[in-house]
Ligand binder design. Sequence first.
Ligand SMILES: Nc1nc2c(c(=O)[nH]1)N[C@H]1C(S)=C(S)[C@@H](COP(=O)(O)OP(=O)(O)OC[C@H]3O[C@@H](n4cnc5c(=O)[nH]c(N)nc54)[C@H](O)[C@@H]3O)O[C@H]1N2
Ligand SMILES: Nc1nc2c(c(=O)[nH]1)N[C@H]1C(S)=C(S)[C@@H](COP(=O)(O)OP(=O)(O)OC[C@H]3O[C@@H](n4cnc5c(=O)[nH]c(N)nc54)[C@H](O)[C@@H]3O)O[C@H]1N2
Ligand SMILES: [Mo]
Length: 761
Amino acid sequence: MTLPTTSPTTSHWGAYRVRRHEDGSVAVLPHPRDPDPSPLLGNVAGALAHPTRVRAPAIRRGWLDHGPGPSDRRGAEEFVEVGWDEALDLLAAELARVRDRYGNEAVYGGSYGWASAGRFHHAQSQLHRFLAMFGGYTGSRNSYSLGTSLVLLPHLVGDADAVLRSASSWQTIEDATELIVAFGGMPAKNVHVVPGGVTRHRTAARLAALAAAGVRVALVSPLRDDLPEGLDTTWYPIVPATDVALMLGLAHTLLAEDLHDRAFLDRYCTGFEAFERYLLGRADGVVKDAAWASARCGIAAADIVALARRMAASRTLVTVTWSLQRVQHGEQPVWAGLALAAMLGGIGLPGGGFGHGYGSMGDVGDDGPRVRLPGLPAVPNPVGAFIPVARVADMLLHPGASFRYDGATYAYPDIRLVHWAGGNPFHHHQDLGRLRRAFARPDTVVVHEPYWTATARRADIVLPVTTTLEREDLGGGRRDSHLIAMHRAVEPLGQARDDYAILAALAGRLGFGDRFTEGRTARQWIEHLYTSWRNDEQPSFERFWADGELRLPPGPRRFTLFERFRADPAGAPLSTPSGRIEIASEAVAGFGLPDCPGHPVWLEPDEWLGAPAAARHPLHLIADQPATRLHSQLDVGEVSRGSKVAGREPLTMHPDDAAARGIAPDDLVRVFNDRGACLAGAVLSERIRPGVVRLATGAWYDPHGALCVHGNPNALTADVPSSELSQGCTGQHALVQVERYAGDPPPLTVLRPPPIRKRRR
Ligand SMILES: Nc1nc2c(c(=O)[nH]1)N[C@H]1C(S)=C(S)[C@@H](COP(=O)(O)OP(=O)(O)OC[C@H]3O[C@@H](n4cnc5c(=O)[nH]c(N)nc54)[C@H](O)[C@@H]3O)O[C@H]1N2
Ligand SMILES: Nc1nc2c(c(=O)[nH]1)N[C@H]1C(S)=C(S)[C@@H](COP(=O)(O)OP(=O)(O)OC[C@H]3O[C@@H](n4cnc5c(=O)[nH]c(N)nc54)[C@H](O)[C@@H]3O)O[C@H]1N2
Ligand SMILES: [Mo]
């Protein structure tokens, strides 16, 4: 097949074009309509044929020689390259063995992860469809992104989308908002990303427009860089994990100075009385006033009082980033932020109220239409067993143990086979040393991957997968302006196959090949998905494919759920038990959970600087999203490699903290606590609160014993849930100590493939 020299495609960090050179290498060109292309595009070209691509099916030596079974040798043995037929025969037989002996529940197919853009080749959808037809699998609920809010918000506002997907648009904020109080900021680094794709990155321009419109921003974050320069900003460099204390101090001030909107609370909310009693200390004798808050959050009491007054005097948007709920007790900042916004009475008014995720994702606040995109028909999973997604290590380590989730009690299934396509748990999960022990438990671990990620290295069967540039697809994001015809730009590397082709071949061996494929090739599926999605005014598939993209029609102005509710609370009630915003929830209170009571409360995290154990680990680590890649994806690409310091992930710390430890810029440092340790490269900055250090996620995990020599913060984070309500991921924070690393560091091993041998016949 001959390939054109320039092909359209898209990615989670934006649409782009690929130019193919004679020698097979590629150059990446931004989409011509994109005003602000993502720097992440710079990772693509160099990673495409990197030595860490998986080139052929590979099987762990011990599994091949001794068959399935628990093993602590995962990640420690060589792989044997086998042909596709042998790999697929072995895997089909193993899937059948596990199903026949232990039942479908013994297959964990949650397979969390972002994989790549593209509606047809979406790895997780493909795997779920396959496993559902196979008879079912243990699945997972929610995401690492929003695992806490997605469980909490339905109790508070009925539908999480009221907050998440129907927020005030940037335009409304520009027109109507006077003050944004941004807990966690609105970091520019994150808004290039939209799941599925985005053709025109407009958030930077939106933020610039806010500056021009004179909107003031209270940036509440330990990091000054969480808001772009140019805005009228007051920086409140808060102690991490204390936003709730600040919110309570603000709320108490509103109450004490009678600046709260009693009429709004009466008409639209329920449960304010319980919260009021708590603020006033009626139950516990502790008044949550500005002085109380100040002692916890590190912001002066006078500044708290002044900010509360400003909030009451202005049209104020209270917004909370998703990072704030990715911590222990992560329900509380979301709930307290909503309560604070309710006290101001601006919920449902243009530019007022409560927002969640401005600056977390590129499409929050986007006023584009919410487009229905073509997608694979889902097949219901016949197995009911599931876990809240971040409980994967608990499940593997403690089969049969019970857990609470959203008010009910469940038990962990006994997993024998783990099947992963499109995710990297040895990037995304917490306490990776513990996850290594958990991954020793199943009989078989299967990973489909384009790259030798840390997870692939710890699998038994590794199947090489194409990248988006090596296959055809349809791509677009939730509020995208275009549907992109993703053309194949290069031939698949080595023996890589599409997830679809792999699963179709497995389904054939297991007796449901025709049901899985419906008799279609990948190209025929793409055409089918497009044709059954398009309306009469939209072009034929041939035309769309030749054009390379399709402009999606702009939608009508969106009314937010809160706007409707405000206009007519009786006619358009929220779908909460009370029909109103629940500042206290009888349902949540009824679950009787000490770590998530019935209204917003201040709860110290288990790892807390005040605790005696913290003396040895006195720095508060923030493990946030990386500016130079998407999660762990393409960490071998140019932009990501270019950000490393001494070849390791950069750790940002305040010059005073560095000086106290004899650390100079660009020094190699060891970051450690009782769970683990990693190396990192020191970057000194005045723009971070003293006592706080930041190490972004996503450096490919490279453990030499308990030390990750590359700088993955999940060597340090705790594998504990946000609470028993939601069981959400808590990877954002950990307490650590940092010291200068003297001596020769162990070399990185993740930039080359693991030891691989060709099959001896
Ligand atoms: N400490 C800490 N940890 C965190 C977070 C945090 O804030 N702090 N954040 C969490 C969050 S919000 C998230 S969303 C997760 C992200 O966690 P993941 O989504 O697991 O991270 P990715 O690196 O995107 O992993 C996707 C994998 O899919 C592979 N892939 C790409 N395309 C394909 C394909 O077509 N087929 C197949 N089979 N594979 C493909 C990629 O090579 C990559 O290895 O991390 C979480 N982890
Ligand atoms: N470039 C890039 N963009 C991304 C991603 C990526 O991997 N790379 N991932 C995408 C995904 S999957 C998701 S879910 C979103 C996540 O979006 P978020 O969860 O909002 O993003 P983070 O970068 O983890 O955190 C945002 C900021 O919160 C601040 N913060 C951390 N702890 C605290 C605290 O206790 N108090 C306060 N006030 N602030 C705190 C940190 O300074 C951090 O910069 O990002 C998306 N965007
Ligand atoms: Mo995420």
